[in-house]
Design a protein around this ligand. Structure first.
Ligand SMILES: Nc1ncnc2c1ncn2[C@@H]1O[C@H](COP(=O)(O)OP(=O)(O)OP(=O)(O)O)[C@@H](O)[C@H]1O
Ligand SMILES: [Mg+2]
Length: 142
């Protein structure tokens, strides 16, 4: 399993599935924004969602005809777990070599730099890529 907050830590859990098309990436960002609201971590969460949703439709069966991807937000008082679920495929999410000068292969580096930790759960039949984002205690999701 990917890490989840236990029932005492988790205050909110929101999830939604999206058709696996490029147009839905901005929908996924809006979904995240609508639940996290106006707080410092919202932009980071939107960026990470963009990268992971793009990967889901580019590298997995989620991007094929009729494919879907899902986004789940687990929000506690001080931690957000953001998870993107895909329909799997032969490749595995990995950080590309740092010396890679290609224009691609940067998304998961960005995710790593923006989050405390990220990881992958699942297999060729479907994966969840998750990331932990600390939440400032000041504001709570609305
Ligand atoms: N959800 C996923 N399922 C399977 N493989 C994945 C998934 N996400 C990423 N990968 C693999 O990990 C590699 C690195 O992903 P990363 O997002 O860093 O780069 P990219 O998607 O190739 O390019 P970009 O810089 O546009 O994001 C991908 O090229 C792909 O092989
Ligand atoms: Mg990518």
């Amino acid at each position: 399993m990917y890490p989840t907050l236990n029932s005492r830590q988790e205050i909110h859990r929101w999830c939604r599935n999206f058709p696996g098309t490029k147009a839905q990436i901005s929908e996924a960002r809006r979904f995240v924004n609508s639940y996290l609201g106006d707080r410092p971590e919202t932009y980071t969460a939107e960026l990470v969602t963009s990268e992971l949703a793009t990967n889901a439709i580019r590298h997995t069966r989620s991007g094929q005809a009729g494919g879907r991807f899902g986004v789940t937000l687990h929000a506690g008082t001080t931690l957000l777990i953001l998870a993107v679920h895909d329909e799997g495929g032969p490749s595995t999410p990995h950080r590309c070599q740092a010396e890679n000068t290609d224009q691609n292969g940067r998304g998961l580096h960005l995710v790593e730099s923006l989050t405390t930790r990220w990881g992958v759960h699942g297999n060729d039949g479907g994966r969840t890529v998750w990331a932990l984002i600390p939440l400032s205690p000041a504001g709570q999701p609305t």
